[in-house]
Write a protein that binds this ligand. Structure first.
Ligand code: FE2
Length: 398
């Protein structure tokens, strides 16, 4: 960062929540048993997709734990976690004297594991404690929790919330959130990401990119989140197409894993924008994978945001979006308009090249749009979009 920019930054007061231990790099999963042994000799292993078992990677992890004298109880998670799923796992495992919960999987598995770690020491349903849904304050008590992501996406391994949803009419997608929910350790081993198929790589990668963009231009961004978001965007810029094209490209997988981890920290500390507003409203109504939903809406949401900022003459925010674009595209800065066009063009190009799905493929129809727009909040977006803007965005990706 150049000297003049440091001094140009307004140093307004801010809070910053840091994750705990991170073990990062190829082969780091081998160190998991040592981490678990710090807590005891019995763990609950929460896992997800069958392909990771099929690849032998999960078998090796379970075998490594047992080889280190750790008794392993297992729980499987299919899809995004519901209150019922979390409650049933917790009910089954209470009383087993579990010392530690280890979640190995995508964002849904990590969130499920995080919530189970909490519910193993709480009575009642996790739904009682969810933001905007439950009525009981969550006190943060939980069992030790270790996150081992197998996709590069939500950044849950570096975030202090677990997203729980019930999809359908009257559905919701809400968080169990507390500073104490930050994992005790994250083991980010890109070797585990190599079996992630291209569509999932694209969706998860776009979730990470969206989280970095949204937290970077958020009204709550601070100098530390900016530094991490810039690093994450630069890492993801070239790596996402490469990881999509060749899942065995370990360098690309490493850069995406790093970008996703950074995005977990930035979203925790700077919040998110209108794309994640849609993730709650549309994602609560329709069964659309979170990453696919964010990825498909990222371009239109940013375009609408840029247009409204231009109308308002909000040069400071526009300049920051342009700067995000330079980090993501890796291009030298030209003028403001060209840099903004470069970013919007890249997001459009990725929507095509990564085959991001359209909303209609998941059953969303034009008749649903007014209701969805009305239920969508703009979170910490640098400008508030009108219901009409929100409807236009959805229509564009119908
Ligand atoms: Fe997300």
């Amino acid at each position: 960062m150049c000297r003049s920019r440091v001094f140009a930054m307004a140093m307004t007061p801010f809070d910053f929540r840091v994750p705990s231990l991170l073990l990062f790099g190829a082969g780091k999963a081998a160190e998991l048993p040592g981490l678990v042994r710090r807590h005891g000799t019995r763990c609950l292993l929460v896992t997800g997709r069958a392909s990771l078992w099929a690849s032998g990677a999960l078998g090796a992890i379970a075998g490594g734990l047992e080889g280190a004298g750790i008794a392993v109880s297992a729980a499987e998670v299919a899809g995004e976690p519901t209150p019922e799923l979390v409650d049933s796992i917790a009910a089954r495992r209470r009383g087993e004297e579990i010392a530690c919960v280890v979640a190995v999987g995508g964002g849904s598995v990590l969130d499920a594991g995080k919530a189970v770690a909490a519910m193993l020491v709480h009575e009642g349903s996790v739904g009682d404690f969810l933001e905007g849904v439950g009525t009981r304050p969550f006190d943060g008590r939980r069992l030790p929790f270790i996150a081992v992501p197998t996709t590069a996406g939500t950044g849950s391994e570096a975030a202090r919330n677990a997203v729980i949803s019930r999809v359908g009419p009257g559905g919701f997608k809400r968080s169990l959130r507390h500073d104490a929910l930050m994992p005790d350790a994250a083991v980010v081993d890109p070797e585990l990401h190599r079996s992630c198929p291209p569509p999932l790589t694209a969706a998860c990668g776009m979730d990470a990119v969206t989280q970095l963009l949204e937290s970077y231009v958020s009204l709550k961004a601070n100098p530390l989140t900016d530094a991490l978001a810039e690093a994450g965007l630069a890492a993801a810029g070239r790596a996402l197409p490469a990881a999509y094209a060749d899942g065995t490209d370990l360098e690309a997988r490493s850069r995406m894993a790093y970008a996703a981890y950074c995005s977990g920290i930035t979203l925790t500390n700077a919040g998110l924008g209108v794309v994640h507003g849609f993730a709650s409203s549309v994602g609560g109504r329709f069964s659309i994978p979170h990453g696919a939903l964010c990825g498909t809406l990222a371009g239109p949401c940013l375009r609408a945001t840029v247009e409204r900022l231009k109308e308002g003459g909000e040069v400071r925010h526009l300049a920051k979006i342009a700067r995000a674009g330079r980090h993501l595209t890796g291009r030298e800065g030209r003028d403001l308009g060209a840099d903004l066009d470069g970013l919007l063009g890249l997001l459009d190009e990725w929507a095509r090249a990564l085959c991001l799905p359209r909303l209609g493929e998941f059953g969303v129809t034009e008749a649903d749009l007014p209701g969805l727009a009305a239920a969508t909040g703009c979170k910490d977006n640098p400008v508030v979009l009108s219901p009409g803007d929100l409807e236009t965005i959805l229509k564009e990706r119908l």
